[in-house]
Design a protein around this ligand. Structure first.
Ligand SMILES: NC(=O)c1ccc[n+]([C@@H]2O[C@H](COP(=O)([O-])OP(=O)(O)OC[C@H]3O[C@@H](n4cnc5c(N)ncnc54)[C@H](O)[C@@H]3O)[C@@H](O)[C@H]2O)c1
Length: 314
């Protein structure tokens, strides 16, 4: 059993995702060393984290004072210092194989042999940047969903050489800090969430390009339709409840239609022309200068939803 009050982790990279992970770990009672190679990013991270925590406090999502949580987050000046005595490293640097290869090689050298080395990468399988490492058995991907302090899903995706013990410890640790880990049983580009998101976006782009609806109306299909159900149950549970006798009954009624529709869906709708049209429609609705303000609105909506979800019986 993991004792969170004596656990210590390192967060490498203090950008958007690194700061968010620091909140997740610290609010669970874990001490956090945070390091960034960019001094400016490192020096402003506590200030930015404090603002996020104050928002969460407003929505009643914190069990402690902001200052108590902040006191567990320690910006450090070197990677060596960050790795001292930690049981897990959460890497959040830029999304290139070269950068991850170089950092994981340093982490493998600097960390104790029992430290789990986890990457937040959105797309890169663990085996692309850990194959040559002596300690490759303790490496895996733990892909969060942005922002992880509000959206709990963590996709744990090991390489073929990651040890079972590492996988079990990682799953146990993310669950203990109140995230929802899921295990990706075989390596696949984009893991689970981004592949599902990609399938939805592909079809939305296709429908838009073929002129079936405006981008705003297609967004409504999700926010006033599918998204309402999907915010508390998955598509498999949805279809199990959408026919009187469950999944098999649903498939008997609608399966062939879905199969026929899938034959009319195109492979690659990401053309520059269609993106430009959607950009123009979006900029009519939201000026580019308002994007960060609107992102804050999104996070506040997520906080209200999270509070609602936390209050519901499981
Ligand atoms: N942004 C998202 O929605 C999202 C969601 C899930 C996962 N991720 C993944 O998280 C990772 C970080 O993404 P982000 O959006 O936080 O990026 P970001 O650009 O906001 O932050 C990256 C930070 O890493 C620092 N950095 C770069 N190289 C470094 C190194 N060698 N050592 C220490 N610090 C270094 C940079 O200075 C920067 O502050 C990426 O792998 C990304 O794919 C992003």
């Amino acid at each position: 059993m993991i004792n969170l009050s004596t656990a210590k982790v390192a967060v490498i990279g203090s950008g958007l995702i690194g700061r968010a992970w620091a909140i997740v770990f610290a609010r669970a009672g874990v001490e956090v060393n945070i390091f960034d190679q960019n001094n400016e990013a490192l020096s402003e991270c506590l200030f930015l984290i404090k603002a996020l925590l104050e928002d969460k406090l407003k929505y009643g999502l914190l069990q402690e004072e902001v200052s108590q949580i902040l006191a567990r987050i320690h910006p450090v000046q070197t990677l060596e210092e960050a790795c001292q005595g930690v049981s897990l490293v959460q890497e959040n640097i830029k999304e290139t194989v070269e950068a991850k290869l170089a950092l994981f090689s340093d982490l493998d050298r600097l960390c104790s042999s029992t430290t789990i080395l986890a990457s937040s990468t959105s797309w890169l399988p663990t085996s692309l940047f850990t194959e040559k490492l002596r300690g490759r058995a303790r490496c895996l991907v733990a892909h969060p969903t942005n922002p992880p302090y509000l959206i709990p899903l963590v996709e744990v995706s090991p390489a073929p050489w990651t040890s079972t013990e590492t996988i079990e410890r990682a799953m146990e640790f993310y669950a203990a800090i109140k995230q929802e880990p899921v295990l990706v049983k075989k390596e696949i580009h984009g893991f689970l969430l981004n592949r599902v998101q990609g399938a939805v976006l592909n079809e939305m782009l296709n429908l838009y390009e073929e002129g079936y609806a405006s981008s705003a109306d297609l967004d409504k299909v999700m926010k006033y339709g599918l998204g309402l159900r999907w915010s508390f149950m998955g598509p498999f549970e949805t279809i199990d409840l959408n026919a009187p006798a469950g999944v098999t009954d649903y498939a008997a009624r609608y399966g062939q239609t879905y199969a026929d529709v899938s034959k009319t869906q195109k492979d690659n709708p990401w053309s520059a022309t269609v993106i430009k049209k959607i950009e123009d429609e979006r900029r009519q609705i939201l000026d580019s200068e308002q994007i960060s303000e609107r992102s804050r609105w999104r996070d506040n909506r997520l906080m209200a939803l999270k509070k609602h979800q936390d209050e519901q019986p499981k």
